[in-house]
Design a protein around this ligand. Structure first.
Ligand code: MG
Length: 203
């Protein structure tokens, strides 16, 4: 299983970090050891002093595919979840400034807390899905999947040109504006529409 993450997929988030708008989906991977399930805690890593939350919709691949055309992409996923792309922003900025890869900043152990998956059939339209994140009971991020620069289907078409997608692979689809730091003791709660899907305490 691999975790494929899309960066810079919401305009206002691209702007808040002063990044350039991508002309094609920007992606990077997290290893399977990044995964945190069953509302287990996120442990603040000792190598960073500026860890940020990024709430993101996540979908899971349900069959093997390569060179998938956009029009056939809907056949490759049936379930959606919400996750946190936990990011060591200080390490990311340092790597980016030197033109180096992001793995240390994005792929470290437990950097991907994720909710249980639910069938996309449970929602009338996953291209118009509200999601949000609360930190200590206050809403800090709000997004809607219609605001993605690259849709789920475009993401699948693009990434599968380079990497074979396998059953169980997960895609983090990018974060809306409002990213910010966490501290030990913070409580993060992520919602799809009004339903709380994920709880994650920072320890
Ligand atoms: Mg992200």
């Amino acid at each position: 299983m691999k975790i494929i993450c899309i960066g810079r997929n919401y305009l206002e988030h691209v702007q808040e970090l002063n990044n350039k708008l991508p002309t094609e989906p920007l992606f990077f991977l997290k290893p399977d050891t990044a995964l945190v399930i069953r509302n287990r805690p996120f442990f603040y890593p000792e190598f960073s002093s500026d860890v940020h939350y990024e709430v993101e919709l996540v979908f899971r691949i349900c069959k093997v595919g390569k060179h998938i055309q956009e029009k056939f992409a809907p056949n490759y996923y049936k379930e959606i979840a919400i996750g946190l792309d936990m990011t060591a922003r200080d390490l990311q900025r340092e790597a980016a400034s030197k033109g180096l890869p992001w793995e240390k900043a994005k792929g470290f152990d437990r950097s991907a807390p994720i909710s249980p998956f639910v069938p996309i059939a449970d929602y009338p339209d996953i291209a118009n899905l509200n999601f949000s994140l609360q930190k200590n009971g206050e809403t800090v991020q709000q997004g809607n999947s219609s605001q993605m620069i690259f849709s789920i289907n475009k993401i699948i078409a693009h990434v599968s040109q380079f990497i074979t997608l396998k059953t169980g692979d997960m895609f983090f689809t990018g974060t809306p504006p409002g990213v910010g730091p966490v501290q030990i003791g913070d409580k993060l709660e992520a919602f799809i529409e009004d339903k709380k899907m994920l709880m994650c305490n920072v320890r």
